[in-house]
Design a protein around this ligand. Sequence first.
Ligand code: GDP
Ligand code: IMO
Ligand code: MG
Length: 430
Amino acid sequence: MPGTCVIGLQWGDEAKGKLVDLLTAENDIVVRFLGGANAGHTVVTGGATYKLHHVPSGILNPGVVNIIAPGVVLNPPTILQEIDSLTARGVHVGGDNLMLSERMHVVFPWHLAEDRAMNDRPVDGESIGTTLRGIGPCYRDKVGRSHGIRLGDLYRADFPDKVRQVVEFKQRLLTGLGDQETLDAEAIIADYLRFAERLKPHVADTTSYLLDAVEQDRKVLYEGAQGALLDIDHGTFPFVTSSNASGVGVSAGSGVPPRWINKVIGVAKAYSTRVGGGPFPTEQDNEAGQRIRQLGNEYGTTTGRPRRCGWFDAVAVRYTTRLSGVSGVALMMLDVLSQLPEVKICTAYELDGQRISNFPCHADDLRRVTPIYEAIPGWQVDVTGVRKYEDLPQGAKDYVRRVGKLLGRPVEIVSVGPDRAQTMDVPAVD
Ligand code: GDP
Ligand code: IMO
Ligand code: MG
C-alpha cells in the first residue's frame, strides 16, 4: 500500500519540509492537505535554501507530481510569487508537476483584514497571535458556507456577482469591528481574475487524480503543515490553527480514504518551540530558552517572529504520537542540544497535587501544570558532521533512545543539521 504521511507532533516548525524533501525521492506524488500560507517549510539542498509556504516540498525533485488538495486554503498572490521565485531559481513548476484542487477555498483581502481585526482581541486573556494570513476567517467562511468562494468558482460566470455580494457583507462586518479597510469589489474581481488566468494550467480535479493514483499503486507522500498540538479539534484550543493538523486530518483534507494510508512518520524537534500565544508547559522563558533560540536560530519562517523555546515535552508528544497513528519518529535538531551542559525531558506533569501523564484538554489546566523533568547530562560534542548513528556520542544516543521509550514508538530518523545530508537512520537496536 502506497501512502506515507509526515506529521508535525508539536506546535509546528518541526522541520517537516526537510523530511518531505528527503522522502520525496521514494514517492511519485506529494500532497499538501491542510493549512495555507501560514506554513513555512524550509528545504536546504546543495547549499541553496528554499522557503515554501504553499507549494509542496516535493517540488525540488524532478518528475514528482505535487498536489494541493481540497483541505488547503489558497492565497493566489502568495502561490504565484512562490511559483515565480522557484522558476527564477531554475526549478520547473508547470501544470505537469503542480496541481491545485478546484475544491480548495480561496483567501481574499477581507480574510486578511478580519484576521488583523480579530487578532488584536484577546481570547481567554491572551492573543492567539496568528500568522495574519487570513487562515481562520477563510476556514470560518468555508464552514459557514454562505460566503466561501472556491478556486473553481473563479472560472464561472457568476464569480463577479458573488464577490460583490460578499464584499457588501464583509464591509459591514469590518466596519463593525472598527477596521479601517475599504474593500473595492471591482478591483478585487479584476485582481482575482488575473490570478485565475495565471493559475489555470494548474487547476484540476485532484480528488479523482489521487483516487486513480492510489488504485494504480502509485506512491503518495502526504505533507503535514503546522503541528498536531495546533489541531483545531485535538490541540490546545483556542490557541490552535483552524484545520486538522494532526494525523487524523490526512483523509479529510486530501480526499483519500484511510485504507490507502499505511505509514505515519511523526516529526519532532529534540526540544520544543511555539510561535504565537497559548499554553506551553515546558517553556523556558529564561537563559536556557534564549540559548536554544540562538543555537537553533528559532525565528518564524513565515513571520520572522522569535519562537518561544523550551525542553522536550514527552507528555504532549506521546499524546500526539498516538493521536496521529505514528509508526516511527524523526527526531530533528539534535545538534542544537549538543552545546548544552545538561538537557531535560518532561516525563509527566503535576496538576493540583496529582502526578498526571495524560495531556489535559483545557488550555487553563495546561497553563497550571508543573512539568516533572528528567535531567540528562549534555554530550557537548559537535554532531553536525556525523552521518552514521553509531558515530554519535553515547550521550546523544541515550537521549534518542530515551525519547523513543517515553513516546512508545521508535525514533527511526535523526537530523543533525538543515541539509539533506545531515540525516541518519537509527538502527532498531544499538
Ligand atoms: P517546518 O515548518 O516543519 O518545515 O519547519 P521550518 O522550516 O519552519 O523550521 C525548521 C528550521 O530548522 C529550518 O530553518 C530548517 O532549515 C532547520 N533545520 C531542519 N533540520 C535541522 C536540524 O536537524 N538541525 C538544525 N540546526 N536545523 C534544522
Ligand atoms: P508550519 O507548517 C508554527 C500558529 C500561529 C498561531 C496559530 C494560529 O511551518 O509548521 P493561524 O495563522 O494558523 O491562524 O495561526 O498557529 N501557526 C504555526 N506555528 N508553524 C506553522 O506552520 C504554523 N501555522 C500556524 O503562530 O499561534
Ligand atoms: Mg515552519
